[in-house]
Ligand binder design. Structure first.
Ligand code: ZN
Length: 67
């Protein structure tokens, strides 16, 4: 078992890094392999939006409340 493996996987190929463990656990729980990356990309897009000028956020807030 690789030292870098956090999930305890003992098969082959051995997990080389944390992402192997994440993807392995995804497959085990019936998720799509690589879903974590998609979720992560979505999250980072969200936090990017938060960093936009306050004028933009104000506009988004307004239009969200309207809807
Ligand atoms: Zn692992």
């Amino acid at each position: 078992m690789s030292k870098k493996c956090t999930c305890g996987f003992q098969g082959t190929p051995p997990h080389e890094d944390i992402y192997d463990c994440i993807e392995y656990e995804e497959v085990q729980s019936g998720k799509k392999k690589g879903q974590w990356m998609i979720d992560w990309a979505k999250k980072s897009k969200k936090s990017e939006a938060k960093r936009k000028p306050s004028g933009f956020n104000a506009w988004v807030d307004k239009s969200e409340k309207k809807g």
